[in-house]
Structure formats: C-alpha cells, structure tokens
Design a binder for this molecule. Structure first.
Ligand code: ATP
Length: 466
C-alpha cells in the first residue's frame, strides 16, 4: 500500500523538469509576444483578455453621462449636476470644491461643488449607486478645445434596467423641483475662451413694483407673462414651442434693462446674457444656445449694434463691387451676427430644444433691425420704452421721494410734455436730496435748461432751412 502511494507521487526531479519546461515556454511565449507579434495586435490580444476576465469577475455596470451629446448639452448631465450637490453629505472623498455664492457679499454662505474623481454614493430604493465626475480632452468637438466632463454612474449589473427605467426619471424630476424652488437667480455670461456659460448671483432689485411704466402697459405685460408661465398645455395643444419673444425698444436710459430684471424677478428665471458679437457662426450659436437651462431668459442686448440689422444684409448683397470694398466688407462679414442661426432658434426647428424660455432682444433703434426679425411670430410682443411721461414721473416721485403731491408737480408734468427726458435722467435728479422742495426745484431747473437747448436747436434748424 505504502509502496503504491509512493509510486503516485512524482519525483523531485520530475517536478523540477516540469517547472523548467514551463519557464522555458513562458520565456518563449513572452519573446514571441514582444518581438514577433506587432504592437497593435499584441495590445488587441491583451485588451481582449482583460475585457474577458474583468467582465467575468466584475459584477458592476457603468452608465457614462457626457456633458455634451451631439453638440448640445446633455440634459441628464445637467440634471445630475443639479441633483448631486444635495447628496454632498454622503460624498466619500476628502475634498470638496468651495466657491463664493454671492460675489457682492463676502459673508454669504459658500457654494460647494463636486471635485473631479470624487465618489458620491446614492441610495435608490435600496440600490447602491456610485457617481463619479471625470474629465478628459475632447478631440471630437471643434468647439470644445477644453476638457470634456462626464459622469460615471455604477451599479450592480442586475439593477441596470431598473436604473434605466426609474432612476434617470427620478433625478430629472428632482432637478426640476430643485430649480423651481431655488433661492437665488443666476445671471450667466458666455465666456468664449472657456467655451462655457459663467454664472454669478443675480441681485437686481427692480421689480414691477419699482419700475415706472404706464400702468396699462405694465398690467398687460404682467398678464402676458403669467399666461405664458401657465401655458404649457396651451402651447402643446396648438403645436408651438413653449417660448415667448419680447422686443424692448426705445432710447437709452428708458428702462429696458430694468424691465428685463423685473421680468426675471417676476418669473423667477435666470438670465443668459449673450454678447452676440462674440459668436462666430451658426454652429457655435447653436452650441451656446442649447447649453442653457429651461425656465430662463435669453437676453441679447443692443441688437442694432450687433449686426443683425437691415444694413448688414444689404452690405453682404453689395459685395464684389471691387477688390478693396470686398476686402473691407469681408472683414465686416466676419464679425456679423449669424442672423439665420438666431432666427432658427427664435422660431425654427431649434426653438423646440428648450422649454419655458423667454427671449428678450433690446435695441435703441428698432428701425435699423432686419425686417426678418420683426416679422409676426418672431418677437411676440414689441414694447416701446419711451421718454418720461407725467404718469411715469408721478410713480418715480412716489418711489424716490415718497410723496404723492407737491406744488411743483404740475409745472414738471407740463414740461415733460414739451421736452424729452429719460426716466434715467429723472431718477438721477430725484436722488439729489431727500428734501422734495430742493429736489423738485433742481428737476425744474434741469427741464428748463433742456427746454432752452431744444428751442435754440429748433431755431437754428429753421434758420438753416430758410
Ligand atoms: N422706467 C423706469 N423705472 C424706474 N427706473 C428707471 C426706469 N428707466 C430707467 N430707470 C433708471 O435708470 C437706470 C438706467 O436704466 P436702464 O439701464 O434700465 O435703461 P436702458 O433703456 O436699458 O438703457 P440702455 O439702452 O442704455 O441700455 C436704471 O438703473 C434705473 O435706475
């Protein structure tokens, strides 16, 4: 029995010879792999082996959520960005991004963000989920020379379908809820160097209460905004994109920017302030506009200075008269706003990319705008912000001096019908002193001097014509 057992155990020399053969085979295999097989094929074989073994042993599934998909902002990425900060207490790294939440107030509570590579754990109906923000160089997108950001969301393989059907809907709904109840509004500025919207807290105190306008116009506008805000079903029923365009026009200092602030505060919408001159072409414009949030105002100020004017089109038509003109005009053309892209976003197919969107254009010279922009359906409401009227003056006096009556009211109101003074000029005079007698006397003198200047200009014009 003992002898048969000992015959089954391989001898030491046999083990040694097997070991030597194996070593020799390994060295030969390595040599073949490194010297005979080309690098690309070698990498392919190794990657296949790695994939096979890691998928065999790894029971996790990962969703990749890129910031941009098909050149537009991925709404799931945006929703995660809004939702995940609510989980910050569960973050498992030892670092957090800290930034100022209010640039004007150093004592304001700081804002916390998610650093790259930090892991955030979420629990959805008992399923453990792990979020990680990552970033890498994007070689595919010509408009994104910086790093592209994306989230990895991992869970156990068996929960993949549940996450796809329920969890993404849950974070989308949660982010809408968070955005609807956010305390601070933001104002965004597009930074062409970083190719991103940069935000600051929007703290403009103008409301419809403090904005002096003809009461009828103000009430009509408020009703229009409220109808828009409650009009989701209406827009759907009539097959239109849920958006509204306002064109604010009038001389400088008549309250166009103040009205935008009042609209933002009334609607609780953030503002995307776009310097259209910095946009190079339609594709860039599309990328900028589609990376904005729903429930917001897209503001394009001083449209007449941006090139979206009637003269701009005519200049382009005239190109080719002679070499020099052509060269000068080409220079101009390069800096022109891509009007077609803008119109496409206002009421073309791209207008449906965002929901509950207000578009505001402001201009000092409506007559200079391209008629295509003014066609019905493009800008739904045209609002003239005009020189100060007696009614507007009364409102400003009530706001700045807290008075409803004064002996100088009548002469001031009379003069306002004769001379043109902007609400900005009037408010400047009303801030001189808290004493109504002093302030209103100063205002009378200001209006009288304006009247005299106007009269002398009129006389000179008449003489020149004669
Ligand atoms: N209708 C108004 N009611 C109350 N204040 C006003 C009004 N219009 C102007 N103001 C005052 O004048 C200042 C300048 O106004 P605002 O910048 O809104 O004018 P604007 O028409 O946008 O000028 P611009 O065309 O030069 O941009 C405001 O900060 C505000 O104090």
């Amino acid at each position: 029995m003992a002898s048969s057992f000992s015959t089954k155990i391989p001898s030491l020399s046999a083990i040694f010879s097997i070991y030597t053969s194996l070593s020799a085979f390994t060295i030969l295999f390595k040599t073949i792999l490194h010297e005979i097989i080309p690098v690309k094929i070698r990498d392919f074989i190794i990657s296949k082996f790695t994939d096979y073994f890691s998928s065999y042993f790894n029971s996790n599934f990962t969703f990749i959520i890129e910031e941009q998909s098909d050149y537009v902002t991925n709404q799931t990425f945006r929703a995660a960005q809004v939702y995940l900060p609510t989980l910050l207490p569960r973050i498992s790294t030892r670092s957090l991004l800290v930034s100022s939440s209010d640039l004007k107030n150093p004592l304001a509570k700081p804002k916390f963000g998610i650093p790259v590579k930090a892991k955030i754990i979420d629990d959805f109906e008992g399923i453990r989920l792990e979020w990680t923000l990552l970033s890498a160089k994007d070689n595919d997108n010509p408009y994104q020379s910086k790093q592209k950001r994306y989230f990895h969301l991992s869970c156990k393989k068996e929960f993949r379908d549940k996450i796809m059907s329920d969890y993404f809907t849950y974070i989308a709904k949660s982010s809408v809820k968070i955005l609807t109840h956010k305390e601070n509004l933001n104002i965004y500025n597009y930074n062409p160097d970083c190719q991103r919207w940069e935000s600051a807290i929007f703290q403009h105190h103008t409301t419809f209460e403090t904005l002096a306008m003809e009461p009828e116009l103000k009430n009509t506008l408020i009703r229009d905004l409220d109808a828009f805000s409650n009009g989701k079903d209406f827009f759907k029923t009539v097959g239109r994109a849920w958006k509204r365009g306002y064109l604010l026009y009038g001389p400088p200092g008549t309250g166009k920017s103040s009205l935008v602030a009042a609209i933002a505060n009334h609607m609780n919408y953030s503002i995307y302030d776009l310097q259209i001159q910095s946009v190079q072409d339609d594709a860039m414009l599309r990328q900028i506009l589609t990376s904005t949030e729903n429930r917001s105002i897209l503001l394009i100020e001083d449209l007449d200075c941006s090139g979206a004017d009637a003269s701009c089109r005519n200049e382009h038509k005239d190109e080719g008269e002679n070499g020099k003109t052509k060269q000068n005009k080409k220079k101009k053309k390069d800096t022109k706003v891509p009007l077609s892209g803008l119109l496409n976003f206002v009421d073309g197919l791209w207008s449906s990319c965002v929901e509950e969107r207000i578009i505001v254009f402001t201009t000092n010279h409506k007559e200079k705008l391209d008629p295509a922009l003014l066609r019905p359906g493009r800008m739904d409401v045209h609002i003239l912000m005009d020189y100060c009227t007696p009614t507007v003056f009364k409102k400003l006096a009530a706001l700045y001096l807290e008075i409803k009556k004064h002996d100088l009211f009548e002469p001031i109101k009379k003069m306002l019908l004769e001379v043109k003074a902007t609400p900005a000029e009037i408010t400047e005079k009303l801030m001189v002193s808290k004493n109504p007698d002093v302030t209103l006397k100063g205002l009378v003198e200001f209006l009288e001097s304006k009247k005299m200047t106007k009269e002398s200009v009129d006389t000179e014009t008449k003489e020149a014509e004669a």
